[in-house]
Design a binder for this molecule. Structure first.
Ligand SMILES: CC(C)(COP(=O)(O)OP(=O)(O)OC[C@H]1O[C@@H](n2cnc3c(N)ncnc32)[C@H](O)[C@@H]1OP(=O)(O)O)[C@@H](O)C(=O)NCCC(=O)NCCS
Length: 249
């Protein structure tokens, strides 16, 4: 019977949501399921989203948005009804969490308050992040654009992530960059993602100092003063002036 199947599914989803809260929030110790449902905003927002998402998928107009709006008013968590969310999501504290329309979240993901899974501008189509299974995203982190956050990754509190994140990486900072992969410190020439070497500026600097040296020698030979007092020209490092910053995860 379809009604019975639906009820069984809803009960098992609620059980899983409560189990996720218990597993990842130590303050649920000694709290019964009814109290958890009544007072944990992350659990409430998720329940409301499941209803809103099912109605959205069924093509029901207006109601999914109304449910999402009511849930946001109650919990401070805004989840677009079209966002795809797997099993076992836990949103701790909740306030200020925003999950955009084309965001996709895998299983057993943890989000803290103030997390944004957002777009970078006014583009249409897939424009929000895809978060794979077992990812943890710290409070205040902003993940922007159609990036993929790999399985098991951790995003540090207050990071701004605009590039893909490798599996099992820890990404921190603005822009977000990996500091650990598989628990190991990121080493080697690519470890500093912000201060990358600039070979073009290095070559220009070397050429400029050779020209200055030649001018000095010529001045000595001819007795005429060297131009620019024999000083090398200043070479500024080249920096991209537009487009996405290549630094980051
Ligand atoms: C990133 C985080 C998940 C830790 O992950 P981890 O893989 O265990 O990483 P580590 O603690 O070993 O830290 C790795 C490096 O990143 C730095 N780091 C950790 N979190 C950071 C953050 N949010 N911002 C900037 N740097 C951070 C550490 O100082 C360390 O630096 P080092 O390489 O110079 O030693 C954790 O620090 C974090 O931000 N968790 C969010 C928790 C949260 O939001 N709680 C809210 C509860 S209300």
């Amino acid at each position: 019977m379809p009604g019975r199947k639906l009820l069984t599914r809803i009960v098992s989803e609620i059980r899983r949501d409560i189990a996720s809260a218990r597993a990842r929030d130590p303050s649920t110790r000694g709290v019964g399921p009814a109290q958890l449902l009544a007072t944990w905003p992350g659990v409430q927002a998720l329940l409301a989203h499941r209803v809103a998402h099912a109605l959205e998928e069924a093509g029901v107009p207006a109601l999914p948005r109304a449910i999402a709006f009511a849930a946001r008013t109650l919990t401070g968590i805004e989840i677009h009804p079209a966002a795809s969310i797997g099993d076992g999501l836990f949103i701790d504290h909740g306030s200020g969490v925003v999950i955009g329309e084309t965001a996709s979240i895998g299983n057993d993901v943890t989000l803290y308050q103030g997390v944004t899974l957002g777009g970078t501008g006014f583009s249409t189509g897939k424009r929000h992040p895809t978060v794979e299974d077992n990812v943890t995203i710290g409070s205040g982190a902003k993940l922007l654009g159609p990036i993929t956050v790999g399985h098991g990754a951790k995003i540090g509190a207050n990071s701004v992530v605009v590039s893909d994140v490798p599996e099992n990486a820890t990404v921190v900072g603005v822009p977000g960059h990996p500091v650990r992969v598989d628990g190991k410190r990121v080493e080697g020439p690519d470890a500093d993602w912000i201060h990358l070497p600039d070979p073009v500026a290095d070559a220009m600097r070397a050429l400029s100092s050779r020209v200055a040296e030649l001018e000095r020698e010529l001045a000595e030979l001819t007795g005429r003063p060297a131009s620019a007092d024999g000083e090398s020209a200043t070479v500024l490092p080249l920096r991209p002036v537009q487009g996405r910053n290549p630094a980051g995860g």
